[in-house]
Each structure stands twice: as structure tokens, then as C-alpha cells.
Write a protein that binds this ligand. Sequence first.
Ligand code: FAD
Length: 560
Amino acid sequence: MLEISNLRLPLDAGLSHGEDLVRRRIAKAIGCDSLRIADMRLLKRSVDARKKNDVHFVATYAFSLTGADELDAARRGCKPPAHLKLHEPYAGYRPRRLQRRPATRPVVVGTGPAGLFAAWALAKAGACPLVVERGECVDARLESVARFNGGGPLDPDSNIQFGEGGAGTFSDGKLTTNIKNPRCKDVLHIFAEAGAPEEILWQAKPHIGTDLLVDVVRRMREEIVAMGGEVRFGARFESPCFADGSLESISVVDVKTGRAECVRARHLVLACGHSARDTFQVVHDAGLFMERKPFSVGVRIEHPQKLIDRSQYGKAASHPALGAADYKLAVHLESGRGVYTFCMCPGGEVVCAASEEGGVCVNGMSRFAREGRNANAAVLVGVEDRDLPGDSVLAGVELQRMMERAAYEAAGSTYAAPAQYVGDFLAHRASDGPVDEGVDPTYARGVAWCDLRQVLPEFVSRSIEGALPLLDRRLRGFASKTAVMTGVETRSSSPVRIVRQKDTMQAVFHEGVDSSQGGSGVYPCGEGAGYAGGIMSAAVDGLRVAEALIDALACEEERG
Ligand code: FAD
């Protein structure tokens, strides 16, 4: 088969009857009769909206050229800017296979994308992992989150952050990433095989949506179990026990009964996510080396989705082949601070992402169809060392916690969120209620209108104030008076890194505590460990860590 990339296509090519149009465009680019183009398959498609009066698709297709030597055709090439080459089909993900089940099975902490993919790869290799997850299985978790959104209490072990699927389950399910790793393709295929929509394989900005993600996550867990793994919910990893610098066992607590169990473990994948603050403390107390890591804090902003569509796509905004538009903006202030938008959720809603009682933090999610009235995104400011309360390695966690408590109290200590219109924020006056034409906030527990300056650290308010007009120049309407900001966004990334060795991927001890020749046996993994940011990179890190662990198990097998 051949592969043609950088193929410019009109938006109509994205409609159900657009196939013929694509065939003709490919034929034109390579200079042949369109009847010879067969077995067309879309491999990648993005929207080029740089010129608002010329919004179009740019696509890559695989196809057969009937009655021709394809190698020869590939050598001859095609009309630029399109590019033609032989197509290499996807070979599938095949981790090294162990000869037999390990005497002591590896343990995976967490079923977020990092833990889930690590466990899935370990199970596929024949390592029969035990997976412990403090939260509930996805079906029970859906109910807990719905109860909370309806005004119920916060369950510190099962919420938007914790439970099957991890932080990404209630998300937009965006799978975009800045990392360039061949495993990204594997992740997309594994997701698709577990029931994610096929289009994630070709969308330039793939996303699954929370409504479909729950099924995908459930199916991946079922596969892990079918391949010999075990998954325990409501089971919190509490502490590790080392002998001569190597892991010997862990303590796992049943969150309902509080009963602790000692589980023999020589290999532990620690994929606890960035919100497991108690687990960070455990790791720190156990003497594993942790360091501070850059992170950001801020607010979530909501606009009408129609405003974003118009700003991004101009007149083409109503074209049926275009979905809800997204954006990604960044500015650098004279103060030296960077302010950027993050985790934009088209047609989505703002959710309470708290995992600790007495604290409020927000994030965004959307369903696959992205049909909600509002668009939301985080507006984040980079935190610098001088902003942190104290010198402790966990000072970033403390800053997050202080902001979350301030937000909780400012909004009446009911898990409502503090909110303010952009116009009021820029005019230094508190918002005191909904206004005509104002964006209607989507946060389920309701908002308390206020002055966000009372909640945010001064460097955050000042930076957002400086950034809003500049961001408005990049996206018209971004700083419109009636846009709503909801606070606080504190969990966009991990404030710490659990340091691991590059080659073995195992955690190292603080100075003064010897690590054994064989390594600590703890494999920090994913976002909480500071090695990922987002669903895709966490999943990729899960695969990488699993591969390193499988190598270690295979070496042990060879040594007998
Ligand atoms: P997590 O997903 O945080 O998973 C960690 C898991 O470990 C949790 O299930 C937790 O319950 C469990 N755990 C923690 N401590 C313990 C313990 N001691 N014992 C047992 N289990 C434990 N990213 C994107 O790329 N795209 C998006 O659209 C997107 N939207 C988001 C929307 C929301 C509302 C949120 C909260 C996050 C969103 N993110 C998004 C971020 C993304 O979810 C995370 O980057 C990703 O989930 C990190 O994966 P992880 O596996 O490292 O950790």
C-alpha cells in the first residue's frame, strides 16, 4: 500500500459522502485515474484554521494503486506539498513474554492511565500482576461522583481524582501530548481495541470523552484479569518494607474496614497520581529520594462554545464536519512569569476535582460529543521556588492545599466554588451574582460570586490580570467581561518527582541509605512520580516502566 501525507482537503471531505472527493484529490496529486485508487484508509487528519477564510483539512491516507508497481509509484512521488511513500502497517504492541509466572507477582499501585497500562503490559507478558486501587471500580465510582455532585459528602478515597481509571476518567479524554514516543501509537491502538472510538487512530487531536472512557477502562481491567492479573478496589497502598535496600513487602489497607494486610512484593509500580498526598508522605518517610518539580496554579475560565468556534473557525464555524473548536494559548509577561491555558475542554463542564475534605479545586471534563454550551480551560501561572511556603520537598503540596482551603472557605464551606466575571476581576471589584448575558457556570455544586483576589496568591492574581488582555489578542473574546473564572486550579501537574534511575527505572534512596545492587524494587511511574503530564504520557510511561520491570523479571528467570 501507499501512503500520501500533507494532502489538502476541503471541509466537505469530512462529510459522509466525502470519500469520492478524497479519491479524486489523491488521484490528482499522484497524476492517475481516480478509479485506480482503492482500499482508502484515513490515517491522520487535522484542521488548518490559520486563515479564517480558508479553513480546510490536512490529511494522510493509506491506499492501494491498482494495476501499478507501488514501489515505483512511491519513487516517482506526487505533486507537492503532498508527500508519497510506501505504507508501513502497524505491527501491534508485543512486550517480551516471560517463560513462567514470577514466584512473587509484581504489584501495581493505581489504575490511572499509568498503572492501567503498566498492569496491562505486565499481564500480557505473563507476569500476573496484583493491582491495588484505593478508589472504587468505575461503576461504583460513577455513582459516588454523581452523589457528590448532587450535594453529597466527599469520599476522600473515591472521587474525581481517585478510583478506577484515575484522574483521567472524568475528563475530556484528550490524548494529545508533546512527547514524541513511538509508544503513543501503541496507546491509541490499545485504547481503540478496548472500545475507544476508531477515530482516535486518525484524529490529530484525539479525545475519548468521559462517557466512553468509563467503558474503555472497565474493558482494560477485564483484560488484565483474563490474562491472569488480579485487581483489588478499595485497597490503599500504605507503606513499603525494605530489607538491605530492596523491597520485601508492602502494607495494603482495606479502606472500608481499615484492616491492614502485609503483601509480599519485590517489585512495585507506584502509579499513584499527583493527588495522593498521603502516599507522597509515605514515600518520603520511607527514605526514597524525592525532589521539587515545576508546576502551575490558577483558575478555570468558561466562555460560550460558540464564541470559541467563531474566533477559531470564522465563517466556517457552522460547517458540520467541524466539531467544537479548541485553543491553546500562552503569553510571557514582563515580570518574567509565563501564563498559559491548559486542558481545554470544548463543550464541557467544570468539575470539582477535590480529594481532601475541606478543600475545593476545579478541573474540566467533556463528553465524547462535546455538545455542552460552554468551553472551559485552565489559565495557569508557573509557580517559582520563592512562592512556596517553606523549604520542604512537599512545599508545593502545601501551597496547593492552602489555595484549596481558601477556595472552600470563600465559597461558604459547602464545596461550591468561588467565581468571578472577567470584567469584574479586571476592574478590581467583586462579582455579586449572575448578570444578564453572563456566562452561566457549569460547576455542579454551584458557585459563590466573589473577588477571586481574596482566594488566589497575589502572584497568581497579578499574573492573570496581566495576561488576560494579551490572551485576548490571541483569541478574540477571551477576556470578554462576561466570561467566568472559577477557582482554584491547583492539580494540573505534580509538584514533586520521585527520582528514578534512568536505566532500571527504579527509585533511589536519600543519601545515607544504601540501595542494594538489585535496585530498590520500587518503580515510580506516571504523573504523580513526575514523569508524565496527561493521559497519553502517563499511559506511555506505564508501558515504559512495565517493559523495564519485565526485563528485570526475565533476568531473574535466566539466573534461575
Ligand atoms: P492518576 O490518573 O491520578 O491515577 C492514580 C491512581 O492511583 C488513582 O486511581 C488513585 O486512586 C490511585 N491511588 C493513589 N494513591 C493510592 C494508594 N496509596 N493506593 C492505591 N491506589 C492509589 N489529561 C489529559 O491528557 N487529557 C484530558 O482531557 C484530561 N482531563 C482531565 C480532567 C480532569 C477532571 C482531571 C482531574 C485530570 C485530567 N487530565 C487530563 C489529567 C490526567 O487525568 C492525568 O494526567 C492522568 O490521569 C495521570 O495518570 P496517572 O496514572 O499518572 O495518575
